[in-house]
Design a protein around this ligand. Structure first.
Ligand code: KG4
Ligand code: ZN
Length: 345
């Protein structure tokens, strides 16, 4: 039985997070969200790195104390090496290096996207982990892809977005509607009072398992510009229906390719991961396919969907068991070649 205690640190975008894992069980998962970006309609990189600097020590201290452990109990320090905003990643990377060095324990780099997927292996009495091979629709603010997961560290990206990510589409369309950033959760909430069939927007026609979301964004923009000319209050009067219709379109686009992949590859183990996997319509669509298509579905617990350090600690634990450590000269990287880091060690 593996009982090693690992500290995970996540700072790739605008959440400073630290978590402690023992074996595959999370003992604490602390996050400081940076509200400073809301008024700018998106993450401001300079402000993000500064806020990480302010948050990182209290967040790590809190994660250690809430886990009821002492620093000397930590067997390794895992951190997000990339992909993400370089200035943000540098804060977590430098901190993780210094801490690992001062504790005299191994340092373990983690690919953020790999972590979103492997969050499914965090132990939970009520949730079974997926069985290999499984398909994982990984949908966040920066990425959208269908990953064929053959083993923990043997993954193949079979489809990806050719332009915007699904979360980016939610956020950019939300901006057109005048909603705050990030708009994804707001659109989700407003959709609950709307009619999802009120409006129709363009859908992409791409071959294979690839995605495109720039078309729907433009389609919404032109539609809104046209309607506002007729009625300046159009958005305010129709916001719930607009959100519900946009959400239905994005979820339909996502599910179509996922269903195609499941059918062609004959894989019924299907998971979702990343910030957009918090979306209630996407979760409902997965549930429907579990009933209608016999899928075994895996939906992460809410706290492991958007950026969090628990998933970083999980991957660090798996790597620790394999003795895969990073050199202290390792540096953060905004573009972490995910295919490369997905390769078998
Ligand atoms: O994984 P994540 O926290 O950060 C990245 O690695 O990008 O994902 C953030 C994205 C944002 O675009 C946000 O709008 C979206 O996830 N998101 C949602 C929901 N919750 C977060 N999108 C739709 N519905 C939600 N409930
Ligand atoms: Zn993420």
């Amino acid at each position: 039985m593996n009982n090693s205690i690992i500290l995970g640190i996540e700072s790739s975008c605008d959440d400073t997070s630290a978590a402690v894992i023992r074996g595959n069980k999370i003992l604490s998962n602390i996050a400081a969200n940076q509200e400073i970006h809301n008024e700018y309609g998106g993450v401001v990189p300079e402000l993000a790195s500064r806020a990480h600097q302010q948050n990182i020590i209290p967040v790590v201290e809190k994660s250690v104390s809430q886990a009821n452990i002492q620093q000397k109990d930590i067997s390794a320090v895992g951190f997000t090496r990339g992909p993400g905003l370089l200035g943000s990643l540098l804060v977590g990377t430098s901190f993780a290096k210094s801490l690992a060095m001062s504790l005299g324990v191994p340092l373990i780099e983690v690919n953020h996207l790999q972590a979103h997927i492997l969050a499914h292996f965090i132990e939970d009495a009520n949730i079974m982990p997926p069985k290999f091979p499984f398909l994982c629709l990984t949908v966040s603010g920066g990425h959208t892809m269908i990953v064929l997961v053959k083993d923990y560290f043997d993954m193949e990206i079979i489809g990806r977005t050719t332009d915007d990510a699904a979360g980016e589409a939610f956020d950019k369309i939300g901006k057109i509607f005048g909603l705050d950033y990030p708009a994804g959760p707001i659109i989700d909430k407003l959709s609950k009072n709307g009619n999802e069939n009120s409006f129709q927007f363009n859908k992409p026609r791409l071959e294979n398992y690839d995605y495109s979301f720039s078309g729907i964004k433009t389609s919404v923009l032109y539609f809104i510009q046209k309607e506002i000319k007729k009625n300046p209050d159009f958005i305010r009067e129709n916001i719930d229906d607009l959100c519900a219709s946009v959400q239905r379109s994005i979820v339909e686009i996502l599910m179509e390719k996922l269903e195609k992949a499941s059918k062609n590859l004959n894989i019924n183990e299907v998971a979702i991961a990343g910030g957009v996997s918090a979306n209630s319509a996407l979760r409902a669509a997965m549930q429907k396919n579990a009933e209608n298509l016999g899928w075994n579905i895996y939906i992460p617990k809410f706290e492991y969907t958007t950026d969090n350090a628990a998933m970083i600690a999980m991957v660090a634990q798996l790597k620790f068991q394999r003795g895969e450590f990073s050199d202290l000269s390792v540096s953060a990287t905004a573009r972490y070649d995910i295919e490369e880091s997905f390769k078998k060690p």
